[in-house]
Design a protein. Structure first.
Length: 543
């Protein structure tokens, strides 16, 4: 539920915007508020669970996550919906990291690799299948159903936790709260997450964004100082000396960015350029989680023989390859062209996710699994936000450049046309110059231009002498007919060609960035835990 709700909402935003009669900028905080609270609280929740009981904190998280889901569905205003989504994200940040140590406690040491593999498959499916499930529920019922579906699941889950899960703690954590550490870390994570969310709206060099990044650096430095001087730090900084832990964290950062940016870009491409409905696009996207689940099984069979490092490298390579291949897509591409590329991305996710988590958790002491889980999931969440912020910036820059070139070509077409009067030419050229296309806007349609011409024509006809009325009407109609001919044959193809080129460039840049994941993967170890001087091997073959 916690991971599903990070993506299930995306496809229903237009319906919510209409329901509450609000703006796109306002309604996007239904997503941003959840992601912000989720990323900020996830490590603190892990620490509190280690100190005061994982079962207890997990149960509280499920109870209030379920309650917030119900309140989201019945929210009387967009402001209340955003508030409940923030609270839902807060409790989602409790559920996700605590689930790993609780799940591992259910199995003996030699079966924990299998448990972690199942956890990775389920979490990957949940995060990637959100758009598909959201599109289906909204199409068959309404947008409220995407929240209401959590209620029966949450109730069943709560009973299962009460009767089937045993309590566990980190015996080294103690009961003393590290308030300074929690505050400085929370402010630091809030600053960087909020900056990434707002960067495209405000501008990367705006005073607000620069101040937020500065606050992130200051409070992160304060957090490190607090942890170094604390007797009971919330995060043992000795973890930062663990090469495999650091490499796995950075790999998950890139993995989170890669999966989210592929989902976002290909969703835009299918709906804006290929003309698919939201539901059709969502169903097509479901190929990625299904492929991920299949290749996770393959991974479990290969893990002991091949090793975590090479599977992760192969996985990150598949994700980068998938994004690179997407640069060849056009507005006329078939859904099968998208499907096989998404299948490659899903294969990469299946190869990389479980071994990366397994390697990180297998290389820390057993009592630090809880806080390690929190850090791993936090880096993946921050990676998703970071990936979206960067890729949207790149896409908008590419669109600006390509659409400017397309406008120039379109103006040349208009000026060379002999049907338009001088006034009509200037009017059309002004309309073309006013076109603004970005990742959050639609491509202008012919009907809007015809509407402007009809308005101008009505004004012209009002001042025409009766004996010239019919001739003027015929001339105006001929100009409108010419637009109807030129728009689908020459103008719209120019605009779509510019957009396709913009996406193509963005896919290339994104694939190059994902290669960093391969670099970090080389430093990942073997997934074996050092505990009290004894190596304890995890049976990965049964994952």
């Amino acid at each position: 539920m916690a991971l599903l709700d990070t993506t299930i909402i995306n496809i229903t935003l237009p319906e919510m915007m209409s329901y509450y009669n609000t703006t796109l900028k306002n309604i996007t905080w239904v997503i941003n508020g959840y992601n912000l609270a989720f990323a900020v609280f996830i490590i603190t929740a892990s620490r509190l669970a280690d100190q005061f009981g994982r079962k207890k904190i997990f149960g509280i998280g499920i109870l209030f996550f379920t309650l917030m889901s119900f309140l989201c569905a019945i929210s009387p205003s967009s402001e209340m919906l955003i508030l409940f989504r923030v609270l839902q994200g807060l409790f989602g940040g409790i559920i996700l990291p605590v689930s790993i140590p609780l799940a591992l406690d259910l199995a003996p040491e030699d079966k924990q690799g299998k448990v972690l593999g199942i956890w990775s498959v389920v979490s990957g499916l949940a995060a990637a299948s959100g758009p598909t499930l959201g599109g289906f529920l909204a199409d068959q019922f309404n947008w409220q159903s995407i929240f209401l579906i959590n209620v029966p699941i949450g109730i069943v889950a709560l009973f299962l936790v009460i009767f089937c899960i045993k309590e566990s703690y980190d015996p080294t954590a103690g009961k003393q709260l590290d308030i300074p550490g929690m505050l400085t870390l929370s402010v630091s994570l809030f600053s960087v997450t909020y900056a990434l969310i707002q960067a495209n709206d405000e501008g990367w060099t705006s005073p607000l964004i620069l101040c937020l990044f500065l606050a992130f650096l200051i409070f992160m430095a304060l957090f490190v100082w607090v942890e170094l001087t604390s007797k009971k730090p919330m995060i043992p900084l000795s973890l930062l000396r663990n090469v495999t832990f650091n490499a796995a964290s950075l790999t998950l950062l890139i993995l989170g960015a890669g999966i989210m940016t592929i989902s976002l870009l290909i969703s835009f491409f299918m709906t804006r350029l290929m003309g698919l409905s939201e539901l059709e696009a969502g169903v097509t996207l479901s190929v990625m989680p299904l492929s991920s689940a299949f290749f996770s099984v393959i991974t479990s069979l290969l893990l002991k023989r091949v090793g975590e490092r090479w599977l992760i490298i192969a996985g990150m390579g598949c994700i980068a390859l998938s994004m690179f291949l997407m640069n060849d897509l056009t507005a006329g591409s078939d859904r099968l062209d998208v499907i096989y590329r998404l299948a490659i991305a899903g294969a990469g996710m299946g190869f990389a996710l479980a071994p990366t988590m397994n390697s990180a958790i297998g290389n820390v002491p057993k009592d630090k699994v809880g806080i390690t889980s929190g850090i791993m999931n936090m880096t993946r969440s921050i990676g998703a936000v970071l990936g979206v912020a960067i890729i949207v910036t790149i896409l908008n820059a590419a669109i600006g450049s390509e659409i400017t070139a397309a406008k120039s070509d379109i103006i040349g077409i208009i000026r060379s046309d002999k049907v338009f009067s001088a006034a009509a030419q200037e009017e059309l050229i002004n309309a073309v110059n006013d076109i603004e296309v970005s990742s959050s806007s639609e491509v202008p349609q012919m009907e809007s231009v015809i509407g402007l011409m009809q308005q101008r024509g009505a004004k012209v006809l009002a001042g025409v002498a009766p004996d010239k009325l019919e001739m003027t009407k015929a001339a105006l109609q001929a100009q409108q007919d010419e637009v109807k001919k030129l728009w689908p044959e020459r103008i719209q193809p120019e605009l779509y060609s510019g957009l396709v080129s913009s996406f193509s460039d963005t896919f290339k840049y994104g694939s190059a960035g994902l290669l960093l994941g391969i670099l970090f993967s080389f430093f990942i170890g073997t997934g074996r835990r050092q505990e009290q001087g004894t190596e304890i091997a995890m049976d990965n073959q049964e994952m």
